[in-house]
Design a protein around this ligand. Sequence first.
Ligand SMILES: [Zn+2]
Length: 439
Amino acid sequence: MNRCHATNVRILLFLVATLAISTLACSSPGEPKQETNATQDPINVIFAIHVEPFLPEFGYDYGARRQELRWLRDKALEYGAKLSLASNGEFMEWIEDFGDEDLVESYLDAGFDWGTHIHPLWRRGRHDWVLMPPDTPPDTVLLIWQTNVDAVDHIIGSENNYGVAPYQTHQPLMVDLMREFNFHIETALTEPAGILAYENLGHYPFNPFRPTALPGKYLKEDLNQTQYVLIPHYPQLEPNPGPSGPRSLGTNQKYFLMEYIEWLHHQRQGLPKKVWVFGIATHDCYNAPNRAYIDTMLMWLNANFIGKRTPTGWVIAEYASATEVASEFFEWEESHPGESSFSWDVGEPYPYTYPEMPQLLKQAEYDTEVSIADGIACYRFRRTSDSPIYVLWSWSETQVIDFSSEISGEVKVYDGKGSSATADASALAVTEEPIFVES
Ligand SMILES: [Zn+2]
């Protein structure tokens, strides 16, 4: 190549670069200015299954439960979702009795998790599991854990037993038992932790964390507690409410959108990386009447969020097993020593960006996405005793839109951080930061 040609190439490259920069600078409102580098990885969506003990409130029909586990496996494979199952001990005895080990293998082969779910029942003999009272002394709790963990290990081997979803085991005993059984993962937010989260934060934590061993401080983090990570997920997806609030399809969708809104804030601001998790749940014995809700939830996630990019280029969510979330978390810890993932205790301020968001959406359920203008995200939430409330944001710069097709006249606008104003619906200013709008 002669010198003259090289100079021409350099000039050409300069022109191309200048053109590229001016194109980015000239983007019109509504179009993303440019692809911003993501600081946050996609939101991990986990799907937890708790296999319940054989008690009157859960029923005794092993065949029906097995049918639901097959349905869940096939549904998850259809949608690309990953199941994180935890089973009580006696269920594993039935699996052996019926020669259903292939069902368990099909879960493990699919990359799903299979672990232990513990209610206060210990094994006196085969199919003779004894229910103990809630105030059972620690050595009996140890026995309960031992017999349930052994029963699961017997079928899948301890190396495949990913972790535990315990019921009614609280700190400080919890951390001792996790150490005793060498578990590193707890899934679920066992009551009363779920109630504490719902009543004070309006949702479950958006991030996994290492719970303190201090009694009663269910949402407080202790970075020196190096035994296990808690991966929260919501309770059974069903129309009926529970002690930690509504559990409906629309409520689960709302919870996902609340987390999405927080995650977007971290992306826009380029905040340091965190690990994000959103979890839905079902039970072997409660799944049949809720199949349609679960199916719709997965369909909605797939259609809008799983593997999908925002207009700014960020991949929103992906399915993950609990073990995958845990390994992402352990890696994050290594590269972010001493950093908090999530922590909250009574009396402390709301631990995320929009302290008023849970209050604004408290009585609301997700209704639909609204196509209102180019470059604007808009979601509508219905309320049984009130008019709908909306959340909107712009993907690039502030845009003034006509919102009259949804609400006409004067509207109330909230920023989710404590400020509110009124605006004319025909000239509503939508910012990159979300706004909450009602009549
Ligand atoms: Zn349970």
